[in-house]
Design a protein around this ligand. Structure first.
Ligand code: NAD
Length: 510
């Protein structure tokens, strides 16, 4: 059944008198239809208020959607058209995102609790991701290798078919764009499964994508539970690749399913990243970098610098100043321009973070600041938690080993480089690391020795879409971003062109 728009996009508003809503419908075979799954209530984590009710997709609709996406992909010219024609459509989508930046930022703030400053940056980055992949596909080069015989070899790229993009709740528009843009650029159809807590921004993005000249049916949005929709997606025979960002245990499960079906997966998973402050660090820079690295996004970031290693000679002085600055951070709703730390995404997640801090206390940790729900009655209805700094635990404690995914920092002193490298690498994760020192040689040495896919030196939590992003160990498999990220959404085919007119010299006629 086709449905009509509930609320259409309102372009370029700088503020809203009412909550911006999205169309309550799933995208199925090029049409908007009502989800037949359970009704889901999306709440504003800053206030606990209802933002919107969403009809999730049912398992049956998810199966049908993938079949229809496959048919649309087979029948459209998208998979065979010239890359520069695909690039035009990606530029259109980028333009639509930019034109709706303010609305999209508000939706993401209302749904995730993030500050508007951050969500504006994320929406802007999503537009840039589409532009980057427009440029990347238009300039992508196959290879023609040096001849090794009377033949010439050529490598080409072909689309995979239907790609499933499964995304988490922490930065939905950025993680959606990082999968949808390269997948479309490479000539695929995409089925997007947003996180249950934060479907709105993905649904709003999908509305915009469908306003572009992308052929009908190539994008599908399936809001719903991971255990219902996610399972259908990962086991469906017409899904040719799973691009997943989320928790390590979910990623492992998806990898099992993908291994059964022998399809490629990209897994961007959890982290427990070390940030290292050496004796000679520029302290002002390091303090600001450490604060931003753990407490921006309320610590709900896979690359949050959640384990802080400070050289023992300056440990006490550094941590005291860090605590002083942390207690001065403004906690409040993401819509308030003065807010530094917004609410956590959901009260259930806030309670999980609080339980980790209680366990840290039980493990013998000393909570230097935070460690509780803010006392301010104005914040009581939201899912806030104070930025928390803990010391007195070793790196082998559960608090230092497990991903908390909230505003919780564990501080640990180190004696020398050997001690530091051993502790920093004593983790199942390998996503990111930060090093603060003006000494190039030490930074280089440590960057090589710390086992992480991304190492920031004298900066932290900065991203470039042109730079590949990978995780080692339990932090992931495969890569996103960059030109290499585009190739992840293609099949590579090798053609051998014979260059001799002579028949092959083999057998009695050769
Ligand atoms: P999650 O694993 O619970 O969920 C991620 C997505 O998977 C959601 O859309 C969810 O509905 C879906 N899902 C759940 N069960 C599924 C199943 N059985 N089959 C298919 N899909 C299923 O993660 P989350 O709580 O939404 O996000 C937080 C996690 O994401 C953290 O661990 C964080 O570190 C990680 N993360 C990693 C990166 C990265 O790039 N490495 C980026 C952001 C977040």
């Amino acid at each position: 059944m086709t449905v009509t728009l509930q609320t259409s996009s309102r372009n370029s508003h700088s503020s809203f008198s009412a909550l911006p809503q999205v169309r309550n419908a799933i995208r199925l075979g090029g049409e908007w239809v009502h989800g037949e799954g359970k009704l889901y209530t999306v709440t504003n984590p800053a206030t606990g208020e209802l933002v919107q009710e969403i009809n999730q997709a049912s398992a049956e609709q998810a199966k049908q959607a993938i079949d229809l996406a496959y048919t649309a992909w087979r029948e459209s010219e998208w998979r065979t058209c010239y890359p520069h024609d695909r690039a035009l459509v990606l530029h259109q989508i980028a333009g639509l995102i930019d034109d709706n930046l303010e609305r999209l930022a508000w939706i993401q703030t209302l749904n995730t609790g993030k500050t508007l400053k951050e969500t504006r940056a994320l929406v802007g980055s999503a537009a840039k991701t589409f532009r980057y992949y427009a440029a990347a596909v238009e300039t992508q080069e196959g290879t023609l290798t040096t001849q090794r015989g009377p033949w010439q070899t050529q490598t080409t790229f072909e689309p995979l078919g239907v790609v499933a993009a499964i995304t988490p709740w922490n930065s939905p528009i950025a993680s959606d764009a990082q999968k949808i843009a390269p997948a479309l650029a490479a000539g695929n159809a995409v089925v997007v499964k947003p996180a249950e807590w934060t479907p709105l921004i993905s649904m709003a993005l999908m509305e915009l994508v469908t306003q572009s000249d992308l052929p009908d049916g190539l994008v599908t949005i399936l809001p719903g539970k991971g255990s219902v929709i996610g399972d259908v997606i990962t086991s469906h025979p017409k899904v040719s690749k799973i691009a997943f960002t989320g928790g390590t245990s979910t990623g492992r499960r998806i990898a099992h399913e993908a291994a059964e079906r022998l399809i490629p997966t990209t897994l961007e998973l959890g982290g427990k990243s070390p940030t290292v402050v050496l004796e000679d660090a520029n302290l002002e820079q390091a303090l600001q970098g450490v604060l931003y690295g753990i407490f921006s996004s309320s610590g709900q970031s896979c690359i949050a610098g959640s384990r802080l290693f400070v050289h023992q000679s300056l440990y006490r002085e550094f941590v005291e100043e860090l605590v002083r600055r942390t207690t001065a951070l403004n906690i409040g709703p993401g819509t308030d321009p003065d807010t530094d730390v917004g609410p956590l995404v959901h009260t259930r997640h806030r309670d999980s973070v609080a339980a980790y801090v209680e366990r840290a206390r039980a493990e013998g940790g000393t909570v230097l600041c935070g460690g509780r729900v803010p006392a301010d009655p104005a914040l009581a209805a939201g899912s806030y938690y104070e930025p928390t700094i803990i010391e007195g635990l070793t790196n082998s404690s559960l608090t230092a080993q497990e991903e908390i995914f909230g505003p919780v920092l564990v501080c640990i002193p180190f004696a020398d480089e050997e001690d530091l490298v051993e502790q920093a690498n004593d983790t199942v994760f390998g996503l990111a690391a930060g090093i603060w020192t003006p000494n190039f040689f030490r930074a280089q040495r440590l960057a090589e020795r710390i086992d992480a896919g991304t190492v920031w030196i004298n900066t932290y939590k900065q991203f470039s879409i042109s730079t590949p992003f990978t995780g080692f160990g339990d932090s992931g498999l495969g890569l996103d971003k960059g030109r290499a990220g585009l190739a992840e959404y293609s099949k590579r085919k090798s053609l051998y062109w014979g260059t001799s007119e002579e028949p092959m010299s083999w057998g009695k006629h050769g």
